[in-house]
Ligand binder design. Structure first.
Ligand code: UD1
Length: 338
């Protein structure tokens, strides 16, 4: 029977959360979004009720959990800029770790049963193997990764001490946009490679740099496992079905299991956009592992998850289309009243 109880989605106005909210809406789920709109956008919430507030605000969260009889929480709200986490670590521990702690305390008190957590491949740090399974040692090399890993630990310990069960999804490099063109990454000053390259291809920036060309990889540039946001969003809905079906707490990598180099990504952006980019070769960026690809056998096996968009050209095409559309929508400009 279809589950009609509401789910709480923190950070549902952000890039990944908004794609999940849209899919939850399609699946007929009742959704309450909690987002402080610090980096998210009101316009990105295509379904459900938006409550503007902080995840760490315990009085507000307690009220929402009770008022809507919530049994399931999907927790996306977080800061995600790795270099910023290095320069302002306490911001990351406050917003990512402390807020998650407060949220979990509310969940425990309200008897929330299911929790889906946005974790990250950054918990692995610089791994020994470049094809990484979930049992690989965790050793983050920046406060961002550590702030997320601490949240995973709290979840693990709370699940051991209570009836709460959770799925922690460790995202690799999330990219692309809603294939229907309604949603995408809208945060100004994004740092992600595909977003930056698409901004350059659509004239929003003059060019971009390759950070490091002397890595021990075939073309000297870093390799990453880019996963389309629509496939990632679907993994959340399947994780929800899994928990509601009685599944045990689990940590799952989210990636396709193979990667592309920075040069391959930039070649694809140039080919798909038909524009040649002004590309500069620069020094390595601190803390970038040479290659990171997900061993994704566990999520395929446990959730039955199958990618639909394992195609770099498709990822880039949707990202480019979104970039063009965003130039017209101007969500950021509207927010600041410009
Ligand atoms: C990192 C995190 C990831 C996190 C994401 C959020 C790690 C291992 N991964 O991804 O968990 O979700 O940040 O911000 O910490 N690049 C360029 N030029 C650019 C931009 C990027 O050459 O202008 C290169 C980077 O050096 C890297 C690759 O492109 O090799 C991907 O970079 P990026 O998109 O920033 O993601 P990660 O750093 O891999």
């Amino acid at each position: 029977m279809k589950n009609t109880s509401a789910v709480l989605v923190t950070g549902g106005a952000g890039y990944i959360g908004s794609h999940v909210v849209k899919q939850l809406g399609r699946a007929g789920r009742r959704v309450v979004v909690l987002d402080n709109l610090s980096t998210g956008f009101r316009q990105a919430v295509r379904h459900g009720e938006l409550v503007v507030g902080n995840t760490g605000d315990m009085a507000l969260v307690e009220d929402l959990l009770h008022k809507h009889g919530i049994q399931t929480v999907l927790h996306f709200a977080a800061h995600i800029v790795v270099p910023e986490s290095v320069s302002d670590p306490l911001k990351y521990y406050r917003n990512n770790t402390c807020s998650t702690r407060n949220l979990l305390e509310c969940c425990a008190a309200a008897g929330v049963r299911h929790f889906i957590f946005s974790s990250t491949a950054a918990v692995y740090g610089i791994p020994e193997n470049t094809f990484i399974d979930e049992d690989a040692p965790t050793s983050p090399i920046n406060p961002y990764g550590l702030s997320k890993l601490m949240s995973e630990w709290m979840l693990r310990d709370l699940a051991a001490a209570s009836d709460l069960r959770y799925v922690a999804l460790r995202y690799f490099n999330v990219a692309g946009a809603d294939p229907e063109g309604e949603l995408g990454q809208a945060t100004p000053e994004a740092t992600h490679l595909i977003k930056v390259a698409c901004e350059a291809a659509t004239g929003k920036r003059s060019g971009l740099a390759i950070f490091g060309t002397d890595y021990p990889t075939p073309d000297g540039t870093c390799i990453r496992d880019y996963i389309h946001v629509d496939d990632l969003a679907r993994a959340h809905l399947q994780a929800l079905d899994y928990l509601e079906g009685g599944g045990a707490s689990i940590v799952l990598n989210c990636g396709y299991g193979h990667g592309y180099s920075v040069r391959e990504v930039l070649d694809t952006v140039q080919r798909v956009s038909g524009r040649s980019l002004a590309i500069r070769e620069a020094d390595r960026r601190a803390g970038d592992p040479p290659a990171l690809t997900a061993d994704s056998r566990r999520i395929r096996h446990v959730l039955g998850w199958q990618p639909r968009h394992d195609d770099l050209a498709f990822i880039v095409r949707t990202a480019l289309e979104w970039e063009r559309r965003l130039a017209v929508l101007d969500w950021a400009g509207q927010r600041h009243g410009v």
